[in-house]
Unconditional design. Structure first.
Length: 520
């Protein structure tokens, strides 16, 4: 129902909430909940409400992936479609995007992008009828770094692909909160978000889905496809309606629950028939399409005795806020006009099972469900990575000690080291010896013991969780031999023991990927 929430603290002084929010919206590519000014730090509390597929990163409401191969722009368009159906070359919809992309993706000096004419109207480097790219390294075009340039069509660059993720319930809730700031306050429950309509309606006896169709039109600007319906009157929903409208005790809210006796034949019956127990239901929309009738629970009613009479006088239902005590459904005439509440019915998601042959591990520190596979076939590092990619995976990783224990069990009885998906950082090629370290003792250095290696292909967050007791000796990683750029787990030793090895050596390997995300 809600997205992932996180607090970011930046070493930037701001004086006002407005200046703090402006800073947060530029540097945090998610929804900003609150921005707290201060000196020397600014605090940004954010919420990420969208889901991107594995291998894609979410920024400013879109999903991005950098393909690190040189190609023309036309080839880039085809490659994006191949990466994911419906994906296209990234569009620069805000000026901060290239800077966030530059910080996230390393070793990229230029890549294809699209932008509006308003942004590209005054380019310094502008080849007529050329193609637009971002030059992270502006030197070839006599531009500053991270600059737009229109270049010859024969130019080759990497490509930034993007797609718009599907709407989730948490994203819908966020948008409807904004709706509530413009119109009536949004009602939030554990079941979803609800907005009160500005119009009063009565029940359409000729179309029991009329209210749902009305809600679809109301919600269309906030929920793609207008996936919405009239609110189903649960006890939690009615309590929240009364709480939100506590200053408007005269309000009557109509619900779309109606009597099963509301038949045309009943209306034309010359004899008035009363019923001591009203049986109400509502037509609800299914996210997969179509609709079904759903019965209202007995506990949702305000009074235990409900005397239904004839001629539609009591065939509709409402919530009367002027009545004391807990609110509940009450009988109402079909002809009575009153506002209704609409609720979104967007899809929700969860992790599915791991692919066959992969073992499931739920990472506590990241909330991810990760899938590991032990490959008992000796290969060099690059060949092991290629083999993992044939399974849609990469050489795997770990995020915490418990995950290393999990990997230990998977490789029980192994006679060789096992490759994992980390390499020594290029700027950290400092050769050591058995007595001298191959890393920087300064813990803030990019070549410190926990940063000298980095996870590749986003298999785990950097820097790696490699504490002192992970290494075989106190001087590890020492880089005593040229080419000891790759990382492996050592078999038959105390747990959590790592070793750096020359990448051409042939070892077993761990392949890993995030579990698939499926619709509920």
């Amino acid at each position: 129902m809600e997205g992932d929430k996180c607090t970011f603290k930046f070493p930037m002084a701001t004086e006002t909430e407005e200046s703090a929010r402006t800073y947060c919206e530029e540097y945090v590519p998610y929804h900003i909940i609150t921005a707290v000014p201060g000196s020397p730090t600014t605090e940004c509390r954010a919420e990420a409400t969208l889901i991107c597929h594995s291998g894609w990163v979410q920024m400013f409401g879109r999903c991005y992936r950098m393909v690190k191969q040189m190609m023309t722009k036309d080839e880039g368009k085809q490659r994006c479609e191949k990466e994911r159906k419906g994906s296209k070359i990234g569009f620069m919809h805000r000026e901060a995007l290239p800077f966030r992309i530059a910080e996230y993706y390393t070793a990229v000096y230029q890549y294809w992008i699209d932008a509006s004419e308003a942004i590209t109207g005054n380019l310094i480097y502008d080849v007529p009828d050329g193609n637009l790219l971002i030059a992270n390294d502006g030197y070839p075009y006599s531009l500053p770094n991270i600059a737009l340039a229109r270049v010859d069509k024969s130019t080759k660059a990497m490509v930034l692909c993007e797609y718009t993720p599907e709407m989730t319930q948490s994203e819908s809730n966020w948008l409807l909160e904004k709706y509530g700031q413009i119109y009536y306050p949004t009602v939030r429950t554990s079941e979803g978000s609800y907005v009160r309509t500005a119009s009063s309606l009565n029940r359409n006896e000729n179309d029991n889905t009329a209210d749902n169709k009305y809600c679809e039109r109301v919600m269309r600007p906030f929920v793609p496809g207008g996936m919405a319906q009239s609110a189903f009157p649960t006890r939690e929903f009615m309590n929240k309606v009364k709480e939100v409208n506590k200053n408007d005790r005269s309000l009557i809210v109509r619900t779309s629950a109606f009597s099963k006796n509301s038949q045309k034949a009943e209306r034309q019956n010359k004899r008035c028939v009363s019923r001591a127990a009203a049986d109400f239901h509502m037509i609800v929309t299914k996210p997969s399409g179509g609709s079904i009738a759903k019965t209202v629970e007995q506990s949702s009613w305000k009074y235990s005795k409900r005397q239904e009479v004839c001629d539609a006088a009591t065939w509709s239902s409402a919530i009367v806020l002027s009545h004391e005590g807990s609110p509940g459904l009450e009988l109402m005439s079909d002809a009575r006009y009153a506002p209704i509440y609409c609720q979104s019915i967007t899809n929700t998601y969860r992790y599915g099972p791991c692919p066959s042959g992969f073992a499931q591990y739920d990472r506590k520190s990241t909330g991810q469900r990760w899938c590991h596979k032990f490959v008992k076939s000796s290969k060099n590092y690059d060949s092991a990575e290629d083999n993992c990619q044939t399974m849609g995976a990469h050489l795997s990783a770990f995020t915490e000690g418990e995950e290393v224990d999990f990997l230990d069990k998977l490789m029980a009885g192994a006679s060789l080291d096992t490759w994992i998906g980390a390499k020594r950082r290029k700027q950290c090629m400092k050769k050591g010896s058995f007595l001298e370290d191959g890393f920087d003792r300064d813990v803030t250095s990019p070549c410190s013991r926990v940063r000298v290696f980095e996870w590749l292909n986003e298999v785990a967050p950097n820097p790696p969780a490699v504490e002192d007791d992970y290494w075989r000796t106190p001087t590890e990683p020492n880089y005593i031999a040229e080419g000891e750029d790759c990382l492996s787990i050592v078999p038959g030793s105390p747990r959590r023991q790592l070793n750096e090895n020359a990448c051409p050596r042939r070892f077993y390997s761990f392949c890993g990927l995030e579990a698939p995300i499926v619709k509920v």
